[in-house]
Structure formats: C-alpha cells, structure tokens
Design a protein around this ligand. Structure first.
Ligand SMILES: C[S@@+](CC[C@H](N)C(=O)[O-])C[C@H]1O[C@@H](n2cnc3c(N)ncnc32)[C@H](O)[C@@H]1O
Length: 264
C-alpha cells in the first residue's frame, strides 16, 4: 500500500478508537451502578513523586481496574495519569475547570475526570487541526506556551509527558501561572532518570529527545517559583528501577510527577 492510503487507514483506526473511548465514557456515565457518588476515589498520592519500580506500574494498573477506569495501553502512563487525577479529585470539586495541556486524543486524564463528574474539561495540543467535542469535553488546537484563554481561566492544569518534547520551560511556566486562578494546581509529569541515558542525536515529535535529570528538575522548580508556582510537598528524585521502556529509541528510564500551587 502507498503512503497516503496507509495514513488514511491509520487516521480511520484512530478515529474509531477515539469514538470507542468516549462511547465507553458515555456508557459508564449512563450506568446506574457507576454513578459519580458510588465511584471510589483513587488512592491519595504525594504531590510530588517518582515512579520507582515495575511493581508500582502494576499497582497503578490494578488500581485502574478496581476503579473501573479503562487502563492506558502504555502501562506506566497509568501511574502518572492516576496521580494527577487523584490530586485533582482530592483537592478540588467537580465544578473545577481543568485544562489538559498537550492532551492526546488517547490520554486518560479527561475521560477519567469526566467519569468522576468533572464537566469543564479542555485539552489542547499543537498537533490538533480542529476542535473535537465529546459531550462537555473539548479538544482544540493550541500551544501550551501561548494559549487563547483568559487569565485565571482554570482551577487545575495537567501536563503529562509533554515538557520533554521541546517545550520552552520558562514560557510554559509563565503561561500556566497566568491561566491558573490563585490557589489553582499545576500537575506536570515528564521523562526522568536520576542518571539519564545518553540521548544525543535522537529525535521524536520533531525535536531532540530529552530525559530530565535531578538538576534539570530542580532548575524547572526554580523557574516555576519565579512566576508564582510553588512546589507542593517534598521533591522526590530517587528510584530503584527504570520501569519505562521506549522501544523505538531503545531507552529505559522512569517518570517524575510534580504538583505546583499558584500563589495568590
Ligand atoms: C508524548 S505526547 C503526550 C500526550 C499526552 N499528554 C499523554 O500524556 O498521553 C506529547 C504531546 O505534546 C504535544 N506538544 C508538544 N509541544 C506542545 C506545545 N507547545 N503545545 C501543545 N502541545 C504540545 C505533542 O504534539 C504531543 O502530542
């Protein structure tokens, strides 16, 4: 098959998978046995954490099954998504306005929040070419470093596995601080390793592959503090294993998750 039909086929598959994902959300929302009030909340998590081991990946998948949240196919992604969703659900009400910055159509954050009754949900991504709605949830084109939203538009922003893909951190932090209301939360996850592997010459998503090390995380925390985003909890930087495997790049590493609060 030539390139154009192959691309068309993969677009059709993707559109089918996206429809199925949101049809499942609609089905669960309509199910009497799984109402917002009967759903158990995810286990509380520390505001900042590192994915330490393969066992923690398995625990996250088990937790998704227990909560009847369809697990992400990329199993370690359940760890960072559950952490972000847990933080938001334990800290905010269901009338929270949430932006998933750099959302992919397959991301877990917005469907899972929707299942808990959160309705004001937006996801944006540089790669989207049009607005797509799933009920009250809106996906739209957008650059997380320069958005169209008014100041103070959101109670929480999640940004999972995005900042390592060529995002200028100072601009991202400043825009997130602008978008959050005072006391609003920013939950960020990124590729991380206490001794990052060599990624010289590797590219993905049109930019150099980057795996943050401890000093780069500390530098990001300093940049964030400079625009009024205060890190919550203790910065955890150590891990026992490298549970994340990027097959195409031949890289093993882990994830880190950070939560910031917008100062008032
Ligand atoms: C590895 S994917 C992560 C997707 C999703 N957040 C998740 O956790 O599954 C990284 C995404 O970040 C998006 N991205 C990179 N820079 C961006 C920017 N400045 N604004 C919006 N999206 C961006 C890319 O288009 C890509 O879809």
């Amino acid at each position: 098959m030539t390139e154009a039909p192959t691309r068309r086929l993969s677009q059709l598959r993707r559109a089918g998978a996206e429809r199925l994902l949101w049809a499942r959300v609609a089905g669960q929302l309509a199910s009497a046995g799984l109402t917002r009030s009967t759903r158990s909340l995810p286990t509380p998590v520390p505001p900042c954490d590192v994915l330490r081991s393969v066992a923690e990946v398995e625990q996250a998948v088990q937790e998704c099954r227990r909560l009847k949240l369809a697990p992400h196919n990329d199993l370690p992604k359940n760890w960072d998504a559950l952490g972000a969703v847990s933080t938001i659900l334990h800290e905010l009400d269901t009338d929270a306005r949430v932006l998933d910055a750099g959302a992919a159509w397959y991301s877990s954050i917005l469907p899972w929040l929707r299942l808990y009754g959160v309705r004001q949900l937006v996801g944006n991504n540089l790669a989207f070419d049009r607005v797509v709605r799933h009920g009250s949830v809106r996906f739209e084109p957008g650059d997380i470093t320069a958005t169209r939203y008014d100041a103070g538009s959101f109670d929480a922003i999640t940004c999972m596995s995005v900042i390592e893909h060529g995002v200028p951190l100072d601009k991202f932090a400043a825009e997130s601080a602008r978008l959050l209301r005072p006391g609003g939360l920013l939950v960020v996850s990124t590729d991380y390793d206490q001794q990052p592997p060599d990624t010289t010459g590797m590219t993905a998503y049109g930019t150099a592959v980057r795996i943050f090390g401890p000093q780069e995380i500390k530098d990001f925390v300093t940049v964030a503090a400079g625009v009024g985003l205060t890190l919550l909890g203790e910065l955890a930087l150590e891990h026992e294993q490298r549970p994340v495997h990027w097959k195409r790049m031949g890289l093993d590493y882990t994830f880190i998750r950070l939560t910031f609060s917008r100062s008032g």
